[in-house]
Design a protein around this ligand. Structure first.
Ligand code: AKG
Ligand code: FE2
Length: 331
């Protein structure tokens, strides 16, 4: 079992800079030591979480044909239903999970990007409203945490605000079905998250992280807390001070729902180390491009577009370019 640090972010909502700095220091320590942590705080609205679970349960219980009407492979900006088998992390293995993916709902024609456009919503009363309310809530919490990271990295507190006007942050509703015959398939293969940081809420244990020794360890759920982890882009921004920890969901022994929210900066924001006069250890990359390139390497519909020559990736990096390398037990 992993023993992860816990950070209470309540004081990020305080008017006192000293209070906010206190949280920033705790966050800095936790991210330097572990890269995976629990966060709790008075600003987390648990009623929104419960409504999200109820919507997910109702949605995933629909027939496959109904869900396929919103197949993500029909969308132009990566939003919609992800059937079992669509995502492949390792060669020859596909994840045993289905999902519904939404982005920032961006209706305007100007400024669209491969991961920024209008969301694809299912015909299910209340789904759009509750998922959007959760999305807005997590966007607010994420904004507070971005400001704490700015303080932790010695930047102006509002440093990231100007780079987060329309970030293509993704919210995934993931359902890992119970299947007793599939114990050896990964729920989700080993990976790092691509964005700055992820806030995860899940209904059951199952997540594992790769520790410093190269062993997979279980991450237990903690009551009243979300799980947070560093992604590739924060590893770059912090010049490796925080590391994107490799994780997976292994051998699902019970039905499970998980809701990761991946906090990104604007699509065109160039992600480069932001730490003073230290020598940069990472080459800059375009945030949205990295996110889309990594996504295109795991989703079957995007791989098909690449194979047909409809989609050409620029500057794509291997999937395991960040974080600690895979442990001895494999994916
Ligand atoms: O299901 C989980 O707990 C984690 C999911 C995850 O790692 C991801 O979607 O990137
Ligand atoms: Fe992940």
């Amino acid at each position: 079992m992993a023993v992860l640090p816990f950070v209470d972010i309540s004081m990020l909502a305080s008017d006192s800079r000293e209070d906010r700095l206190g949280v920033a220091r705790a966050l800095d320590r936790a991210c330097t030591d572990a890269g995976f942590l629990y966060i709790g705080g008075a600003q987390l609205d648990w009623a929104l979480f419960r409504r999200l679970v109820a919507r997910a349960e109702a949605y995933f219980a629909l027939d496959r044909e109904v869900k396929m009407a919103n197949y993500i492979g029909h969308s132009q900006n990566h939003s919609g239903y992800v059937p079992v088998g669509e995502e492949q992390f390792g060669a020859g293995t596909s994840d045993l999970k289905e999902a519904y993916d939404v982005n920032r709902d961006y209706p305007w024609p100007e400024g669209r990007r491969p991961l920024l456009g209008p969301n694809n919503w299912p015909q299910m009363p209340g789904f759009r409203e509750d998922v959007s309310a959760y999305y807005r809530h997590l966007t607010d919490i994420g904004g507070q945490i971005f400001r704490a990271f700015a303080l932790a990295l010695g930047l102006e507190e509002d440093h990231f605000d100007a780079h987060r006007r329309n970030p293509p942050s993704q919210l995934r509703l993931i359902h890992y079905p119970f299947d007793s015959s599939a114990q050896d398939r990964p729920g989700i293969g080993a990976h790092t998250d691509y964005e700055c940081f992820t806030l995860l809420f899940a209904t059951a244990a199952g997540l594992q992280i790769l520790d410093r020794k190269g062993d997979w360890v279980d991450v237990p759920l903690m009551d009243g807390a979300m799980i947070m982890n560093i992604g590739d882009m924060m590893e770059i921004l912090s010049n490796g001070r925080y590391v994107a920890t490799t994780h997976r969901v292994k051998k699902v022994a019970q039905q499970r729902y998980a809701f990761p929210f991946f906090h990104a900066c604007d699509y065109d924001y160039v992600v480069a180390p932001l730490v003073g006069d230290e020598a940069p250890r990472y080459a800059p990359l375009k945030g949205g491009e990295h996110l889309f390139n990594q996504t295109a390497q795991t989703f079957a519909y995007l791989k098909r577009r690449i194979a047909k020559g409809e989609l050409v990736l620029a500057n794509a990096m291997p999937l395991d370019s960040f974080g600690r390398r895979q442990g001895p037990s494999g994916a």
